[in-house]
Design a protein around this ligand. Structure first.
Ligand SMILES: NC(=O)c1ccc[n+]([C@@H]2O[C@H](COP(=O)([O-])OP(=O)(O)OC[C@H]3O[C@@H](n4cnc5c(N)ncnc54)[C@H](OP(=O)(O)O)[C@@H]3O)[C@@H](O)[C@H]2O)c1
Length: 280
């Protein structure tokens, strides 16, 4: 049985589903089968990155799927080591060659790497690639408001999406509010906090039991009601279906607040603070 996932429109007019599939670690023929299965189940947004070294796997799954290419939203990301303008342009082309696709729907700068101070020229490369028809919508990941403000000031173009670490232990309230005020869509990476201790959390377990849903479904519904696009990764057909079966119940304000209240200042999974973290 396949599910229909609601869609939203980004600030540049591109329409995307409100939940997608993360693909970190989905590689090779098993990865192709997992992604193919997800598409058959109803997923239309697939998130990869140059640095995951699985753009080829994603492209292969897209070609093997019976869903037309234009109904899919394929995202990839520019690595930190290729932020210099010329290198960024080449990396975007290489990303496409690896996937054997003509265009990406979304292309994001993977990390700002502020010490390197090249994210504005990387952004210019994404703007150029969009003009050339290689990308439909451009965005960023892990950018703080100050980084995005600089992009807009120096190029006049603002991102459609900022993909950030977001889960019950790190709810990103301030950053989300800033995105809302600036008409930038929030996308949640590691939305299930990698499904470690969060699955045993008493508060969420109680809410899940009340709705007759799983802990993962409650967390993904929380993302949806926060207005963020979650991209849970799962290799398993059962869990993939579970993760998109969240549109037949809702959380009330108290439940939303209880989940948001699980956030702690050091709640990041691997302490990756975009102000100082460097990704290559
Ligand atoms: N932009 C960035 O800097 C950045 C950083 C990290 C991640 N990402 C993106 O975000 C995606 C998602 O993040 P993530 O992969 O780190 O973590 P995640 O989606 O929070 O968690 C993935 C883990 O949860 C398990 N899982 C999934 N659904 C489950 C369910 N219903 N019940 C129990 N376990 C479940 C998966 O196992 P199974 O596969 O066995 O189901 C996997 O071990 C990535 O794949 C990647 O595309 C982006």
């Amino acid at each position: 049985m396949s599910k229909t996932i609601p869609e939203i429109t980004l600030n540049d007019g591109v329409t995307v589903p409100v939940i997608g599939l993360g693909t970190y670690k989905l590689k090779g023929i098993e990865g192709v089968r997992s992604i193919q299965n997800a598409i058959a189940a109803g997923y239309r947004l697939i998130d990869t990155a140059y640095n995951y070294e699985n753009e080829g796997t994603v492209g292969e799954a897209v070609r093997r799927s019976s869903v037309p290419r234009e109904e899919l939203i394929i995202t990839s990301k520019l690595p930190g080591r290729y932020q210099e303008h010329e290198k960024a342009v080449t990396a975007i082309q290489e990303s496409l060659f690896r996937a054997n696709l003509d265009y990406y729907d979304l292309y994001l700068i993977h990390w700002p790497n502020p010490k390197q101070d090249q994210y504005v020229e990387a952004w210019q490369a994404l703007i150029d690639a969009k003009k050339w028809g290689l990308i439909r919508s451009i965005g960023v990941c892990n950018f703080l408001p100050e980084h995005i403000e600089r992009l807009e000031k120096e190029t006049g173009v603002k991102p459609s999406i900022n993909q950030i670490e977001l889960h019950p232990f790190f709810n990103q309230a301030e950053q989300r509010k800033w995105h809302e005020e600036n008409n930038i869509k929030t996308e949640s990476w590691s939305p299930l906090a990698r499904a470690n201790k969060v699955l045993q959390n008493d508060t969420i377990q109680t809410i899940a039991a009340h709705h007759n849903k799983t802990v993962s479904q409650v967390i993904l519904r929380w993302h949806y009601q926060l207005g963020s696009i979650a991209i849970p990764k799962s290799s398993s057909p059962e869990r993939q279906l579970e993760n998109i079966s969240i549109f037949d119940f809702s959380l009330d304000n108290k439940e939303m607040d209880l989940i948001s209240g699980l956030t702690v200042p050091d709640g990041r999974i691997n302490n990756q603070d975009p102000a100082v973290y460097e990704e290559f």
